[in-house]
Design a protein around this ligand. Structure first.
Ligand SMILES: Cc1cc2nc3c(=O)[nH]c(=O)nc-3n(C[C@H](O)[C@H](O)[C@H](O)COP(=O)(O)OP(=O)(O)OC[C@H]3O[C@@H](n4cnc5c(N)ncnc54)[C@H](O)[C@@H]3O)c2cc1C
Length: 298
């Protein structure tokens, strides 16, 4: 559903994160079947005049958005539901927005200026209607491997906090700084390894930690910039590069890997995990959440 929401709370969680709670009486109709895990949503930020785009229909919002003059549209970016608070008309969606270094896009700029009462449009699932947007879908919870940078921390945290108690595995989370580390409560069998980036290149720490965890050689594969697909999305259900997915073997494999973050870093990990280590494609999801130096489009 498409809904106008208001920030009911805004909190600077840490140097790199602003947490916002987004509320609207109409969120009483929000809902997914089962855990939200890495449920993605679209946030539509105001245009330069500070106005939200007008006249977007519930079912036709995308076409209506594209039909607006560019300076009236505002900007769309993708985020994750970190948590759902309250019930009924008091339902609030919690979103953790990375406030990244300049150049700031509409997402990080909005978060830096947000205050209680700031308004946004949200595209999110309506109760009883399938919208998609949850990629975390392991066959088995025996050996989970979750890897991501700060953009994927809200998803990893939401996944870990909603796992059943018997789940086992490891999450590697690369964050810009040590004081971006968060408290996440999950099953005892799921270890969270924090990897402050400090001055290292984006993705290097999570790459090295992941390949070492899998017993491979930790060398970074050289991925040329023109080999990086900004919208990299390789899951058991969809391949952005057009790889054959229909005939994937669905053998039970103990390891399930969910990996998201900067597209070049994720491309490098994909190369090692699928090509070098030979992980079964049906047991991995690799998702480019952002691309260094590139402003995302809806
Ligand atoms: C499924 C999915 C879920 C996501 N969930 C979240 C979430 O919960 N929280 C969240 O913060 N992001 C999340 N992201 C990532 C977010 O959509 C991108 O980071 C987006 O580019 C942010 O928009 P922006 O307006 O801030 O910057 P843009 O206008 O897209 O880009 C402007 C500049 O900022 C740089 N930039 C963008 N993101 C980052 C970053 N994280 N670190 C450093 N530089 C950056 C770009 O390289 C570019 O140079 C998610 C993405 C996807 C696909």
């Amino acid at each position: 559903m498409l809904i106008e929401v208001t920030a009911t709370a805004v909190h600077r969680l840490s140097p790199s994160f602003v947490r916002v709670e987004l509320g609207a009486a109409g969120l009483a109709d929000f809902g997914v079947e089962g855990p939200t895990y890495d449920q993605r949503i679209k946030l539509i930020f105001p245009n330069e005049a500070g106005e939200l785009p007008q006249g977007l229909g519930e079912a036709t919002w995308w076409q209506d958005y594209l039909a607006l003059p560019e300076d009236e549209r505002g900007s769309i970016r993708t985020y994750t539901i970190r948590e759902v608070l309250g019930t009924g008309a008091d339902t609030r969606l919690v979103v953790d927005i990375v406030v990244h270094p300049a150049p700031h896009g509409p997402g990080s700029s909005w978060a830096l200026a947000a205050e209680v009462g700031s308004r946004l449009l949200v595209v999110c699932p309506r109760k009883g209607e399938y919208m998609g947007g949850i990629e975390f879908a392991p066959d088995s919870l025996e050996r989970l491997l979750l890897v991501g940078d700060e953009s994927a921390l809200p998803a990893i945290a939401a996944i870990v906090e909603q796992l059943p108690v018997h789940a086992r595995g490891t999450a590697f989370v690369e964050v810009p700084r040590a004081d971006d580390v968060q408290q996440i409560s999950g099953p005892d069998g799921v270890e969270i390894v924090w990897l402050p980036r400090d001055e290292a290149p984006v993705g290097q720490r999570m790459h090295e930690a992941t390949v070492a965890h899998l017993g491979a050689v930790a060398a970074l594969p050289s991925v040329a910039d023109d080999e990086v697909e900004v919208g990299l999305w390789e899951t058991p259900e969809y391949s952005s590069s057009g790889e054959e997915i229909a005939d994937l073997p669905h053998e039970h494999s103990a390891l399930y890997a969910w990996i998201a973050g900067e597209s070049k870093a994720v491309t490098g990990l994909r190369r090692v995990l699928v090509k070098d280590i030979g992980l079964d494609r049906s047991q991995v999801a690799f998702m480019g959440y952002w691309r260094e130096g590139v402003a995302m489009r809806a």
